[in-house]
Design a binder for this molecule. Structure first.
Ligand code: VGL
Ligand code: ZN
Length: 186
């Protein structure tokens, strides 16, 4: 039974699942996340969604000097939350990041909702006992989001069967390092 907690779903977006940056284990991660939410919803679990949300000429794209293929361009299918999760989306709890072309932003902590509030700010108002985190990719946005939440004083619990990754080796290393840093991995 989970009380007074919340869930942060990081970048479960088409480009990271079945698009230009499709990650390993993404399909199972989404299915397991749906299961987790369904199981805990009776406890009034708020679900926060982070979206990588880039302009078409973002500096992280290889044609503009970055290291990634074009992905999660605002307004495209690739940038949309997976349909299986849409029933759980509350527009006030959708936080966009990476919106500024000059700035790479792996952490969802500073992502903003349409009212201009940051995830850290809104999560803080709820004073959650635990902040559950799942999403894509373990080594990048999930890790940065977890570490920023932890730095801000939240107790972070990472859901290991609800993660997808660029490489399995990178995923395992990131989990080990997060665990060593005091993030609960379960
Ligand atoms: C991410 C690469 C580029 C992520 C975002 O969500 O982990 N990775 N942009
Ligand atoms: Zn990105």
């Amino acid at each position: 039974m989970i009380n007074d907690s919340l869930l942060v779903v990081v970048d479960m977006l088409h480009d990271f699942i079945d698009g230009s940056l499709a990650c390993a284990n993404a399909d199972a991660a989404v299915a397991n996340t749906v299961e987790f939410i369904s199981r805990t919803r009776g406890d009034d679990l708020p679900v926060f969604f982070i979206r990588d949300h880039h302009p078409a000429d973002h500096s992280s794209f290889s044609e503009y000097g970055g290291i990634w293929p074009v992905h999660c361009v605002a307004g495209t299918h690739g940038g949309e939350i997976d349909g299986r999760l849409k029933p759980f989306v509350d527009e006030d709890l959708v936080f966009d990041k990476g919106c500024d072309r000059e700035v790479e932003q792996y952490s969802g902590f500073d992502g903003r909702n349409s009212a201009g509030q940051s995830l850290g700010e809104v999560a803080g108002m709820l004073e959650p006992k635990d902040v559950y985190v799942c999403g894509i990719a373990t080594e990048y946005c999930v890790r940065n989001t977890c570490e920023d939440l932890q730095k801000a004083g939240f107790h972070v619990v990472l859901l290991s069967d609800c993660l997808a990754y660029v490489t399995e080796e990178g995923h395992r290393k990131a989990l080990d390092e997060m665990r060593a840093g005091g993030i609960v991995v379960r």
